[in-house]
Design a protein around this ligand. Structure first.
Ligand SMILES: *[C@@H]1O[C@H](CO)[C@@H](O)[C@H](O)[C@H]1NC(C)=O
Ligand SMILES: *[C@@H]1O[C@H](CO)[C@@H](O)[C@H](O)[C@H]1NC(C)=O
Ligand SMILES: *[C@@H]1O[C@H](CO)[C@@H](O)[C@H](O)[C@H]1NC(C)=O
Ligand SMILES: *[C@@H]1O[C@H](CO)[C@@H](O)[C@H](O)[C@H]1NC(C)=O
Ligand SMILES: *[C@@H]1O[C@H](CO)[C@@H](O)[C@H](O)[C@H]1NC(C)=O
Ligand SMILES: *[C@@H]1O[C@H](CO)[C@@H](O)[C@H](O)[C@H]1NC(C)=O
Ligand SMILES: *[C@@H]1O[C@H](CO)[C@@H](O)[C@H](O)[C@H]1NC(C)=O
Ligand SMILES: *[C@H]1O[C@@H](CO)[C@H](O)[C@@H](O)[C@@H]1NC(C)=O
Length: 668
């Protein structure tokens, strides 16, 4: 078809025909993968950027921009077939404000390149108010409209429309594409700034115009977005230009074309996406527009950092421990504060199971092993003696005896020492002895507790590698396990006070009523002063009375009185209702008295106490009127007469027995 006119021209004017030949051959088709070196006719704001992008408009208000193929195509409007064309292009609309750009762009066939009288904004730089809708326009436009203009019956602010001589579209639909993969329509946002591709195909024979849209890199969908039957011969003139227009109004976008392929003789070639100029950068969301937003974001970020930082510091502070170099060797005995904190649910008051002179005791469950523990929280001034004390505490941890509450480890914080023990489900004997437990502790349980505690104390005094003084034996420090076995707690803890600042006053540890008189005088604790406390403890368990109760006479004096009246068993706890082994009760009362003797020399050792309790040695038959007993109520000096007694006690038990007897008899 092109061959005939070419040869004809060739004959007439040689050099002109060459140019015309080039046009006629080239100009039925072209492809721009980027517009570097293109020969487009640009008007308005349009320009080709150095990177090859065709920018139709920037974000100046109420402006138009045009990019057209510079030469018109010749159409034979009598022959519908010759009106076929195929084109595709990649565009990108970058709004000035996110989702608030405008007004849009169009692919256009126009008989003229002059749009000087056309209006920007919703007229898309194609028409003005007086010529809009006139058939004399001879314009076909495929619009990409991003502003809803009611005057043009727009369906929305994001649609594709086919316009013939008018901005009132012959057909339009919301921007979308058919996904062959998913078998459904998927919507698109034209002014997302993302590059998209459009295909426009017209078959002159079928008089069918198809418009197809898809995101870049998607193959052409099998179903067009718009497909209308239209006879372009009614619209086109013999000579038509083809290109793009775009316009801004009060809403504005950068309108870009990245590449364009056009063909009148067949399917337009696909663009080479890899060769297209880089997509224009999208604008950072409205930050420039709204300084309040920046302030808000900064404030939120700063607050976030502050909160996170605060949480970090609080957490760090919360679990902060004191750890000194010398503690390294005790590493295995150290229990992390975090674990203890979790075990006690944050040292909640609800978890407090006791309160003593040293501080509160909490119940807890170790998160790692689910084991129950008791945590003694001791306040202290972490002075110089701490090192020695921790050393002792740790060595206490090595004490193993079934009648000692096992120390598991420790933790140190500022002003605070935490000692972790096995948990004793039945609490302290003190609570059970004076509480409302029903049935009340029976005699067998009591004697077993007494024996157990004696056994534990013997271990501390004589059976371990060094002598450990308890210094605070009393029912509150005797704990009961699930089977009501007595276990001595708090051993060695009294030493804590030795490390205080004033050695003169701090040595006096213990509880009134359980304190040996010589301890009050000399301040020096001995195994014998422990025995004194144990004696008071024995009497207490047997009589169910505290050693010193307000308004009552001393427990020892009272027992002696009962004894002198010839009915020592009257001193026994009324709650036992007489249900006890009389010999045992008598032994416990008398042994208790002897242990509580004001003269330390008369007190037996723990070993002897065990022997009496076990029946391995027979307790001497003493008269209540003996010297020894008299010494209870006499002055301290008076008791000195039997000071040689202790050395005799050291010998074998059978021997001891006779010695006691003889002394007692001589005292009579
Ligand atoms: C838009 O382009 C025109 C012409 O190149 C220029 O004068 C104007 O400053 C540009 N406006 C913006 C907002 O970039
Ligand atoms: C235009 O097409 C008609 C019908 O096919 C034909 O008769 C006519 O010669 C064509 N005109 C030109 C200038 O090619
Ligand atoms: C509208 O455009 C047409 C054609 O370009 C022109 O003749 C006419 O004067 C314009 N009207 C107005 C009001 O600008
Ligand atoms: C997809 O969109 C086209 C055009 O808007 C419509 O004709 C067609 O029914 C839609 N198809 C589906 C599966 O929604
Ligand atoms: C237009 O789309 C219809 C429906 O998919 C198709 O049958 C027809 O061949 C298409 N025409 C062109 C020119 O692409
Ligand atoms: C135009 O179509 C013809 C025939 O299908 C094809 O050979 C040619 O490559 C196409 N050119 C462009 C630029 O699409
Ligand atoms: C366009 O040309 C410029 C130099 O003029 C070059 O830097 C750029 O890479 C070219 N872009 C394309 C897409 O070819
Ligand atoms: C769009 O098509 C043209 C030519 O086919 C008609 O003349 C117009 O009336 C029609 N416009 C609308 C809104 O359908």
């Amino acid at each position: 078809m092109a061959a005939a006119p070419r040869s004809l021209c060739f004959c007439v004017v040689f050099h002109l025909s060459l140019i015309s030949m080039a046009f006629s051959q080239d100009e039925n088709q072209f492809i721009y993968n980027g517009f570097n070196g293109s020969r487009l006719h640009l008007d308005g704001l349009a320009k080709v950027l150095p990177n090859g992008l065709l920018q139709l408009t920037n974000i100046s208000e109420l402006k138009s921009g045009y990019g057209f193929h510079p030469y018109p195509f010749k159409f034979n409007t009598s022959s519908s077939q010759s009106l076929s064309f195929s084109t595709n292009f990649v565009f990108s609309l970058v709004p000035a404000v996110n989702n608030f750009g405008g007004n849009g762009m169009a692919f256009v066939f126009s008989p003229s390149l002059s749009f000087t009288k056309a209006t920007p904004g919703s007229y898309l730089g194609l028409f003005n108010s007086s010529n809009n809708g006139k058939s004399t326009n001879h314009i076909l436009a495929i619009e990409l409209d991003t502003v809803e203009s009611p005057e043009f019956e727009d369906i929305d602010g994001n649609h594709v429309g086919i316009d013939v001589n008018s901005l009132i579209s012959n057909d339009s639909t919301a921007a979308a594409y058919f996904s062959d993969e998913e078998g459904k329509n998927k919507s698109l946002t034209l002014e997302s700034g993302k590059p998209m591709q459009m295909w426009i195909d017209y078959n002159g024979a079928e008089k069918l115009l198809n418009v197809t849209l898809a995101p870049i890199r998607f193959p052409k969908p099998s179903r067009p977005l718009l497909s209308i039957s239209i006879d372009l011969s009614d619209i086109f003139l013999d000579s038509m230009y083809v290109g793009f227009s775009a316009a801004t109004g009060t809403r504005k976008s950068d309108h870009y074309i990245l590449g364009w392929s056009f063909n009148r003789t067949g399917q337009a070639q696909d663009l080479d996406i890899s060769k297209l100029p880089p997509p224009p950068p999208r604008r950072k969301t409205s930050k420039k527009q709204d300084p309040m937003m920046i302030v808000l974001v900064v404030v939120v970020v700063v607050m976030f950092i502050v909160v996170i930082g605060a949480i970090y510091i609080v957490r760090k502070k919360k679990y902060e421990e004191v750890y000194e170099d010398w503690e390294k060797e005790y590493g295995p005995h150290r229990i992390s504060y975090k674990n203890l904190f979790k075990a006690t649910k944050g040292f909640k008051d609800k978890e407090v199971i006791g309160q003593g002179g040293f501080g509160k005791v909490y119940k807890g469950v170790l998160p790692s092993s689910n084991e129950q523990i008791a945590i003694k929280r001791v306040t202290h001034d972490s002075g110089q003696g701490m090192k020695q004390f921790v050393a002792e505490i740790v060595s206490m941890g090595r004490l193993r005896h079934r009648n000692l509450v096992q120390l598991r480890g420790y933790c140190r914080r500022k002003g605070e020492l935490l000692l972790v023990y096995d948990y004793m489900p039945n609490g302290s004997l003190d609570k059970i002895l004076y509480g409302n437990m029903r049935p009340h502790l029976n005699w067998f349980q009591r004697i077993r507790i007494l024996r157990g505690v004696a056994c534990g104390l013997l271990y501390l005094h004589e059976e371990w590698e060094q002598v450990v003084l308890h210094r605070d034996i009393k029912p509150a420090n005797v704990l009961l396990d699930a089977d009501l076995n007595g276990k001595l707690g708090d051993f060695g803890l009294a030493r804590l006070y030795d490390h205080g600042s004033n050695p003169q006053t701090t040595n006096l540890v213990g509880t009134v009523g359980y304190l040996a008189p010589e301890l009050l005088r000399t301040g020096k604790a001995t195994t014998s002063s422990d025995v004194f406390s144990f004696g008071a403890f024995m009497l207490e368990v047997a009589c169910g009375r505290r050693p010193m109760e307000l308004g009552d006479m001393d427990l020892v004096d009272w027992v002696i009185e009962c004894w002198k009246k010839g009915s020592i068993l009257d001193a026994s706890d009324q709650r036992l209702e007489g249900l006890f082994v009389e010999e045992q009760m008598e032994l416990v009362l008398k042994l208790g008295m002897f242990c509580s003797h004001p003269n330390p020399a008369i007190r037996p050792s723990m070993k002897q106490v065990m022997q009496y309790l076990d029946g391995d040695a027979k307790f001497p038959d003493i008269s209540p009127d003996s010297n020894v007993i008299g010494a209870f109520t006499a002055t301290n000096e008076a008791s000195d007469i039997v000071v040689s007694f202790s050395s005799l006690f050291e010998s074998s038990s059978s021997h001891t027995m006779s010695t006691i007897d003889s002394i007692l008899i001589s005292g009579r």
